[in-house]
Design a protein around this ligand. Sequence first.
Ligand SMILES: Cc1cc2nc3c(=O)[nH]c(=O)nc-3n(C[C@H](O)[C@H](O)[C@H](O)COP(=O)(O)O)c2cc1C
Length: 119
Amino acid sequence: MLVTPEYNRGVSAPLKNALDYLYAEWAYKPVGFVSYGMTSAGLRAAEMIKPVLTALRMVPVPDGVSIRLRQRLDAQGILAPDEVMAEAADDVLAELHLLAATLRPLRLRRAHTLDAVAS
Ligand SMILES: Cc1cc2nc3c(=O)[nH]c(=O)nc-3n(C[C@H](O)[C@H](O)[C@H](O)COP(=O)(O)O)c2cc1C
């Protein structure tokens, strides 16, 4: 699960940097998002990064947890989760669980290939 804010309608530089830096380790991992932003719930950032994820051979799940901070922060600035967020989290985790098992053979094959290249 990746957690991302949205800045200027786009993805944050630290997330892109983390994806680029690790590179091979991401292959065949399923990925879901918890996205947040003041107005857009971070949805534009989560959508924007998807071509990068697929280039890294990650498998994004279609749904995610999206948090519109303007509505969900209380007077102290503390996040006040609601049932919709909890249900969305359950759905994403269930989907990730399913895909993680399905993609496992591909991750193992990839790890063996990388080991062989390194040795
Ligand atoms: C320069 C700037 C640009 C922002 N742009 C957006 C935006 O395009 N969409 C949005 O929903 N929130 C936007 N926000 C609000 C941030 O998403 C919000 O402050 C969030 O808490 C930032 O996450 P962080 O504190 O974990 O870095 C922006 C905030 C700043 C300071």
